[in-house]
Write a protein of this length. Structure first.
Length: 564
């Protein structure tokens, strides 16, 4: 079926329905489809779009959580919605920034709520609630745990386990792993996990008092044991396996725990690890003739098989056991849409569901699939009703201008060496006024003032980033040269600027063209990574960054603009 809109979200299947989220008409929608035909049952608008980085958004696929008559969906703007699984009606919602004082992660909001009995367990990572238990029917807070110095947020799902007779929730964050009591949320223990650098997408694997923690970015695999001593818990480290042994994908949790074995993508190839020892028992170089050393992949396990979906659109099947893995076939997703990651495949009810951006494919993989009468696959297109579109249009109009709204995109800082190269390519001098649109932590305007002695203004809509960047300016004693304004970039006057810098998606750059056209002749516009649609750049540079380890694109335009 087609028409889900832009999205990397995987699907949840329950009660004859398929649930997912997609972006249509500038808004995130939750969808329910008939699992037999793919027909739309309902669509509910969630929140206005906050555009996410094409690579970093793969840290979270934000698949809906289904619990009988309720569906829980989490938006990129940090809002949690409880919807009726029958008709999509909004039953309640919570806003993480306002309710839990949650500041947006550099790569966006993320949570993977877990239903536990009558409670919904969430990890806002906020200053007033690091972890919280909500009444799943009403959204009322039952308990919330505040930490004095909350660690940096992760993107992994929390899990429940029982150790030492205490039911508890395991949370993965930048400092490592922490346990919280299920009855009241009290902190039970902390473990400083080695090599927890960033990303943090891998769900901890709990087996009673034994916890196994894989992670990408060289995080490898760590095993710990929780030992109760009176009212307290001691954490005993069982083993560490670093990047010299295991290299898991940095952006996607591609693991499947089956018995005592962990099936993974190690160096982007299917492999099997014995959990008790942390040893690699076998590793495959390829599946179905497609090597995974080239691109990312996502996997799931069912009935003795790994279903591996590659970023190149190849869907492969591998029969696996603790002793070996054997390729069993593959096929190409029709007209696969190129992306930076792979949406996780889902196996449910004898069917395989594959999300490919705006399309969803359903394949019969039951044991008697080939014995059934064959017919052409059903093809459906998802259409939104006038009421659903009306809600989207009204919400979009409300968010166009003003500081009292959410940001238009997830904040991701430009590497410092790339920021300095941008200023160099713009030919900044002491006489110039440099303006940075969406100034984040203020690094570009600070760099301009420090290196060239010029005046600079940063415009930023996120109040927490405004506060952060103003503190950075004061620390550098640059208040006479640098100003940070809490402002909507689409309503500011740019006519006095000599150099305008930006790290904004093309859709946002295009909205700025009327303001760019008011710049004086000879003014320079310089962009990190993204084009100015319909306007030919004067220069495009490809520059390596020592900070990020990746290659970045710098684009330069000089006014008046030359539209294509």
């Amino acid at each position: 079926m087609t028409g889900l809109g832009d999205g990397i979200h995987s699907v949840s299947v329950a009660g004859g329905r398929v649930f997912t989220v997609g972006i249509r008409d500038g808004r995130e929608f939750a969808f329910a489809l008939d699992s037999g035909t793919g027909a739309k049952l309902w669509a509910t608008g969630l929140a206005n779009v906050i555009e996410e980085n094409p690579l970093m958004r793969w840290l979270t696929q934000r698949t809906p959580t289904v619990d009988g008559e309720r569906v829980y969906a989490f938006s990129a703007s940090g809002e949690l919605f409880c919807l009726s699984s029958v008709d999509g009606r909004k039953m309640w919602q919570r806003n993480y920034p306002s309710d839990f004082d949650t500041r947006r992660h550099s790569w966006g909001f993320c949570d993977r709520p877990m239903v536990d009995g009558e409670r919904l367990i969430c990890t806002p990572f906020g200053t007033t609630a690091f972890i919280t238990a909500l009444d799943k029917s009403t959204g009322r807070t039952i308990w919330q745990t505040k930490l004095e110095s909350p660690p940096f947020a992760g993107h992994a799902a929390l899990v429940a386990t029982e150790a030492g007779g205490v039911r508890q929730y395991i949370v993965f964050h930048l400092k490592g792993l922490s346990g919280f009591a299920a009855d009241d949320g009290r902190s039970l223990w902390d473990y400083e996990r080695p090599r927890s650098k960033t990303g943090l997408t891998y769900t901890p694997l709990a087996r009673g008092e034994y916890i196994y923690s894989p992670n990408g970015y060289g995080g490898g695999l760590v095993a710990i044991q929780l030992v109760r001593e009176g009212k307290n818990f001691e954490v005993r480290e069982l083993y560490q396996r670093g990047s010299e042994e295991f290299q898991f994908d940095a952006f996607q949790d591609s693991t499947a725990l089956v018995g005592d074995e962990l099936y993974v993508l190690n160096r982007r190839c299917p492999a099997c690890i014995t959990l008790k020892t942390g040893s690699l028992t076998w590793s495959g170089d390829s599946v179905g003739g497609t090597g995974y050393g080239v691109g990312r992949a996502a996997l799931t396990y069912a009935d003795g098989c790994l279903y591996v979906r590659g970023v190149d659109g190849v869907m492969s099947l591998m029969q696996v056991s603790p002793q070996n893995g054997t390729a069993a076939g593959s096929f190409n997703i029709p007209e696969h849409e190129q992306a930076r990651g792979a949406t996780s495949p889902v196996v449910a009810g004898g069917r395989l569901y594959l999300r490919d951006s705006s399309r969803l494919f359903c394949y019969d993989i039951s044991a008697d699939a080939f014995a059934k009468s064959r017919h052409a696959p059903l093809q459906t297109a998802l259409e939104l009703t006038a009421r659903e579109l009306g809600e989207s249009e009204n919400a979009s109009r409300e968010r166009l201008v003003g500081v009292n709204r959410g940001p238009d995109a997830v904040y991701l800082p430009t590497p410092q060496d790339i920021a300095e190269r941008m200023l160099l390519q713009a030919g900044v001098t002491k006489r110039d006024l440099v303006v940075d649109l969406g100034s984040g932590d203020g690094r570009i305007v600070i760099a301009a003032a420090k290196k060239y002695g010029c005046k600079a203004i940063g415009y930023e809509i996120d109040p927490s980033l405004v506060e952060l960047s103003r503190s950075a300016v004061a620390k550098e004693n640059l208040q006479e040269l640098v100003k940070i304004e809490h402002a909507d970039i689409f309503s500011v006057d740019l006519s006095g600027a000599d150099v305008v810098t930006a790290f904004l998606y093309p859709r946002l750059m295009e909205r700025l063209i009327p303001q760019f056209e008011k710049l004086r002749p000879g003014s320079r516009i310089i962009s990190h990574q993204f084009d100015l649609p319909g306007v030919k750049p004067d220069r495009i540079l490809t520059v390596p960054s020592n900070e990020s380890g990746e290659t970045h694109k710098i684009l330069l335009w000089t006014t008046p603009l030359h539209k294509e």
